[in-house]
Design a protein. Structure first.
Length: 186
């Protein structure tokens, strides 16, 4: 299965790497190579040899993903979820570094740690998004998150073509069925 890029933010897209397909959760980051492919798609910057995720980094990223998802879906009172995320982030060590453009980064000489720092940066940035604009798809069978960047801020589905149309069709079917039943009762 291909990765889903519907979150409008890489941290949210990380949360969407466990979609539900036909009622079953599908792990898109099953192997370290899957995480490498996801990272390459997010930031297509060539990585030096040896800078590919290993199994321990994959396990750490899965914990990060679940903690981030909890923070993003917690609503306004999310201190417990932030504490859990910060505990995972606290496992990291990095050296502050300012690049030529003045951007602050954390760097590590250890390749696995650098991958974790990159993903941690995405997660931290996602936590800074307006919480009222980060939503779970309104389709009750869908678990995908998205950052609503619409002007009105009223987006309900991760994708109108799939979940939106399904929801509207189901609502129409229910209305028609209810109307038919009302007609029979009379």
């Amino acid at each position: 299965m291909d990765f889903l890029w519907v979150g409008n933010h890489p941290g949210i897209d990380l949360c969407n790497t466990v979609p539900v397909v036909e009622g079953v959760a599908v792990e898109l980051l099953a192997e370290p190579g899957d995480l490498a492919a996801w990272l390459d798609a997010v930031r297509p910057v060539p990585r030096p040899a040896g800078h590919r995720p290993d199994r321990s980094t994959l396990a750490w990223v899965r914990r990060l993903r679940e903690a981030l998802r909890s923070v993003l879906t917690a609503g306004t009172d999310r201190q417990r979820e932030l504490d859990a995320l910060n505990s995972i982030l606290g496992e990291l060590s990095g050296v502050p570094f300012v690049d030529a453009s003045g951007k602050l980064e954390l760097r590590s000489a250890n390749a696995q740690e650098q991958i974790r720092l990159e993903l941690a940066s995405m997660a931290i940035d996602a936590c800074g998004l307006p919480s009222d604009r980060v939503r779970c798809c309104a389709n009750p069978r869908c678990v995908l998150l998205f950052h609503d960047v619409s002007k009105s801020g009223s987006r309900r589905w991760h994708d109108m073509a799939t979940c939106g149309n399904q929801a509207k069709a189901a609502a129409h079917h229910a209305r028609v069925k209810g109307h038919r039943e009302d007609q029979r009762v009379r």
